[in-house]
Design a binder for this molecule. Structure first.
Ligand code: SF4
Length: 365
């Protein structure tokens, strides 16, 4: 029997009731422990949690109805409050070099970017962990968007699962929009699902999480995850780092390096430093000398990255020979250094460009 609620306060209650019926909780992105809690909540037997995890992460189902080793009754009970919760990208841009950038709709009306980067012997996905970012790095388009919200584990992993190239992926990097260690809980959950036997069962060595270097969070990450860590360095001098990455929490460099130096990394685990080379700013012999001094005793590698121009930026990229000379000078000092190939330049390689365009378009409509 339908209940009619007439006064305005009851109308509000009506809309809340309606909303609660429409918005179902998403199962995809839940850890095994969370799925056990779900089974308890809806009075399903405990063993169903492992079966649900199996359907979510090992089989490619789209609906609860497809979980055929659960009884029809169990599926009905589950469907009352839950859905799988996958969503396809809303837009894509394809580069002439094969790189593809996808836009996903998150947090109702925000956009995030996900990149698919094919290589000779690997296929990498670059995922976002936040919509926008608080860190405000001067060279980054995402930083200019400001912070719009943390992605849930569902929204982080949906980028992986709903990528058209999903089945070909071999590696995953958390180097898209946002600072992963500023969304530690959801990022750790997503890593748990990626690397657990009941989840995707990937080796942690196929996954790299990148950070500007948030003191406190780095140690927690190293202790709670076995995935590779990449720290944005960009200069061996604290004052220059603060200028490029103004967020107070990125510093101090010595503290970051001490945490890494004193952490017992196993043989497979890798720490790398990202170094965007800016013309005339951080590409001098003085920088090479200081880098070799501060990284002394740390088993690591440096990835040199060409700066991708963003609108209105005061920075520019040095020419190729400067890049190669800088790399060679560091290698000569005994620091394993590589230049990361630029990908997707014709589709806005800089992180945050596409989503900013999309948001601007929406504002104009
Ligand atoms: S570079 Fe990374 S941490 Fe810095 S503003 Fe951009 S997304 Fe945030």
């Amino acid at each position: 029997m339908a209940i009619r609620l007439l006064n305005p306060r009851c109308l509000t209650l009506n809309s809340i009731l309606k909303k609660s019926q429409l918005v179902k909780e998403r199962l995809y992105g839940k850890t095994l422990n969370e799925l056990i809690a779900v089974t308890k909540r809806v009075s399903l037997p405990g063993f169903a949690a492992k079966q649900i995890a199996d359907w979510l992460y090992k089989k490619e189902i789209q609906t609860i109805e497809e979980m055929t080793n659960l009884s029809k009754r169990m599926r009905e009970v589950l469907s009352n409050d839950y859905e799988i919760g996958l969503s396809a990208p809303v837009n894509a841009a394809v580069s002439s070099d094969g790189t593809r950038k996808y836009l996903f709709n998150v947090l109702n009306d925000k956009y995030i970017e996900t990149a698919f980067i094919p290589g000779e012997d690997r296929a990498t996905i670059c995922v976002s962990s936040q919509a926008g970012c608080k860190m405000g790095c001067l060279f980054c388009m995402t930083g200019r968007q400001g912070f719009q919200g943390n992605l849930s584990s569902n929204e982080i992993l949906n980028q992986f699962r709903s990528l058209p190239e999903f089945r070909s992926l071999t590696n995953m990097v958390y180097m898209g929009m946002g600072e992963p260690l500023d969304n530690m809980t959801e990022v750790l959950k997503s890593l748990d699902i990626m690397t657990s036997e009941w989840g995707y069962g990937w080796s942690p060595t196929r996954i790299t999480v990148s950070t500007v270097g948030i003191i406190g969070s780095i140690k927690e990450f190293l202790e709670k995850s076995s995935c590779h860590l990449a720290v944005s360095l960009h200069s061996p001098f604290d004052d220059e780092r603060r200028m490029l990455m103004p967020v107070r929490r990125t510093n101090n460099l010595n503290e970051i390096l001490d945490i890494i130096r004193n952490f017992d990394l196993n043989r497979q685990r890798r720490v790398s430093f990202e170094y965007i080379l800016f013309k005339g700013l951080n590409d001098t012999p003085r920088h090479v000398k200081e880098l070799s001094r501060i990284l002394n005793g740390i088993k690591c590698r440096i990835n040199i990255i060409r700066f991708h121009q963003i609108p209105g930026s005061p920075f520019s990229s040095p020419d190729n020979s400067t890049l190669v000379d800088f790399k060679d000078a560091l290698n000569a000092k005994g620091i394993l250094t590589t230049i990361r190939a630029s990908r997707g330049e014709d589709i806005g390689a800089a992180c945050g460009l596409l989503s900013t365009l999309r948001q601007n378009e929406r504002k104009q409509v």
